[in-house]
Design a protein around this ligand. Structure first.
Ligand code: AHM
Ligand code: MG
Length: 431
C-alpha cells in the first residue's frame, strides 16, 4: 500500500502520527507510508481497498475531503458502490459544516438551551436540546436529498425512519416511514453527541456510519390495504441493523477549537481532515492516523461511577493510578464527557477510554449502532482495539441479537484505545 502526497507547505505533516515516512525539506514535502497498518491484518474487511495516491497537490488547497473521496472511488474501479458513496459523503460533509457553524454561533443565535423551553424528551428519556433537534434535521435532510438513502437511524429519532414522508399519514408511526425504493444505503448517526456540554462551549461531535441496505429489507403490506402495520415495518427495519464490521464508511466530526473530520472506508486506514473555515473545505491534515499500541499513560472514564463498577475494573484503574500496571507509569485521568473529544484525544495520544457497564446500568450508556460501532470502526482502522464489557470485539456484535429489546438504541459497555492498554484492562477479567 502506498499513500503519498506532495505539497509545498509543511503544515500537512502536523499530527501525521508515528508512521514510517520520508521527509525532504525545502520546497516539497513528501510523505510516504511504507508499512501496512496492523489493523488491516486483523480486521475483517468488507472491502480490500486501494488507497489513493496523490502525486500532485495544490499548495494552496491541499487534499480536500471531497477530493479524497473521489480519488478513493477512482482508485477502486471494481467497487462501483464507492461512486455511489461519493454523494452520501458529500451530504455528510455538508451537514457537518453546517452543524459546526450552528454550534459555533449558538451563543449568539439563540440556539442554546432546551428544545421548547424544556420537556421535549427523546425515546431514551433524555431531554432534548434545541441543537439536538436542529442538527438531527440538518443531517437527515442532507442525506435525504442524495436519493441514495433507504433508511436512517438517529439518536434523536424514536425508531429508524425511511426517507420519504409523503404517505406518512397512512401509518400509525406518525413519522417518515416510507422506504425510498432506490435507496441503497442505511445511515446511523448521533447528530450532536455530548450535547449536554454544548451550552458551556465544551467540545461536541457528530458520529456517523453508513451500511449497505440488505436485500432482505422489504416493507410487506400483509393484507394489501396500503397500510403497513408497525410490526411489518419493524421487521423490515430490524433487517437494516447490522454489525459494525459491515460498515462501508464510518467516522466522526469533532466541533472544538478546530472542526476535525475523521473517517475510514473500512478497516485499512483512517484519515483526519481539518475544516479550513476561510475557504469552507475540510483539508487532509492527519493522513493515515495510527493509534500508538502504548501511548501516553491516560485513562478516560467517568470515575463517579466507580462504586458500581466490576471489582476487576476497579482493580485495574487503581493499579494504573498507582503506577503499578504493566508500564510502571502512573496514569493520568482525562475525561471531557464528550465521547468524540475523548476518543479523538485517545486516537492521537493513546491510552484507554471507557464507558463501562456497572451494577446500576449493566450495559453502560453508549449506544451500539450509532456511537460504539462507528467509533470502534475508526479505532480499529487506526490500529487500536475496541471491546465490550465481555471483551467481545464491538464490531462483531450483532444488533439484531438484542436481549434488552431496545432495537436501534441498544446500549453496550465500551472500552477502546491503545491495543496494549485494552489488553491489560481485559487481563484483570481473566485472572
Ligand atoms: P449523549 O449522546 O446523550 O450526548 O450522551 C453520550 C455522551 C458521550 O459523549 C459521553 O461519553 C457520555 O455521554 C458521558 O456520559 P456521563 O456524563 O455519564 O459521563
Ligand atoms: Mg450520543
Amino acid at each position: 500500500m502506498l499513500f503519498a502526497f506532495a505539497s509545498t507547505t509543511t503544515s500537512f505533516l502536523a499530527g501525521s502520527g508515528p508512521l514510517p515516512r520520508t521527509v525532504s525539506t525545502g520546497a516539497t514535502v513528501r510523505m510516504t507510508v511504507t508499512a501496512e497498518p496492523e489493523a488491516a491484518k486483523s480486521a475483517e474487511l468488507l472491502y480490500d481497498l486501494n488507497e489513493p495516491v496523490f502525486p500532485e497537490v495544490c499548495e494552496f488547497a491541499g487534499v480536500t475531503l471531497s477530493r479524497y473521496v473521489l480519488e478513493m472511488a477512482r482508485a477502486n474501479p471494481d467497487k462501483p458502490e464507492l461512486n455511489e458513496l461519493v454523494s452520501v459523503m458529500t451530504a455528510v460533509e455538508r451537514a457537518c459544516k453546517t452543524i459546526s457553524s450552528l454550534v459555533r454561533r449558538s451563543p449568539m443565535s439563540g440556539l442554546t438551551g432546551l428544545q421548547e423551553g424544556g420537556g421535549a424528551i427523546n425515546v431514551q428519556g433524555e431531554e432534548q436540546k434545541k441543537l439536538d433537534v436542529i442538527t438531527n434535521t440538518v443531517l437527515k435532510n442532507a442525506l435525504k436529498f442524495t436519493g441514495k438513502m433507504g433508511v436512517l437511524a438517529s439518536e434523536e429519532e424514536d425508531e429508524p425512519v425511511g426517507m420519504e414522508d409523503d404517505r406518512a399519514d397512512t401509518y400509525k408511526w406518525e413519522k417518515e416511514v416510507i422506504l425510498e425504493e432506490s435507496g441503497k444505503f442505511v445511515a446511523v448517526f448521533d447528530p450532536l453527541d455530548g450535547s449536554s456540554n454544548v451550552d458551556a462551549n465544551i467540545p461536541t461531535g457528530t458520529i456517523f456510519g453508513i451500511f449497505e441496505e440488505p436485500e432482505a429489507c422489504e416493507v410487506i403490506d400483509g393484507n394489501g390495504d396500503g397500510v403497513v402495520t408497525n410490526d411489518e415495518f419493524k421487521d423490515c427495519m430490524g433487517a437494516t441493523m447490522q454489525a459494525g464490521n459491515k460498515l462501508v464508511v464510518g467516522g466522526y466530526c469533532l466541533y472544538s477549537a478546530a472542526t476535525e473530520f475523521v473517517m475510514s472506508f473500512g478497516g485499512k486506514t483512517c484519515q483526519g481532515f481539518t475544516l479550513d473555515e476561510q475557504v469552507g473545505e475540510f483539508v487532509l491534515t492527519k493522513p493515515n492516523m495510527q493509534i500508538p499500541a502504548r501511548g501516553k499513560p491516560i485513562y478516560s472514564v467517568n470515575e463517579a461511577n466507580r462504586w458500581a463498577w466490576d471489582p476487576e475494573l476497579t482493580e485495574y484503574i487503581t493499579t494504573i493510578q498507582k503506577g503499578e500496571g504493566e508500564t510502571g507509569k502512573q496514569y493520568s485521568a482525562r475525561y471531557i464527557g464528550s465521547m468524540v473529544g475523548d476518543v479523538h484525544r485517545t486516537l492521537l495520544y493513546g491510552g484507554i477510554f471507557g464507558y463501562p457497564g456497572d451494577s446500576k446500568n449493566p450495559n453502560g450508556k453508549l449506544r451500539l449502532l450509532y456511537e460504539a460501532a462507528p467509533m470502534a470502526f475508526i479505532v480499529e482502522a487506526a490500529g487500536g482495539a475496541a471491546v465490550s464489557g465481555k471483551g467481545e470485539r464491538i464490531l462483531e456484535i450483532d444488533p439484531t441479537d438484542d436481549p434488552t429489546g431496545r432495537g436501534v438504541h441498544q446500549r453496550v459497555p465500551v472500552f477502546l484505545g491503545s491495543k496494549d492498554d485494552v489488553a491489560e484492562m481485559r487481563s484483570y477479567y481473566k485472572k
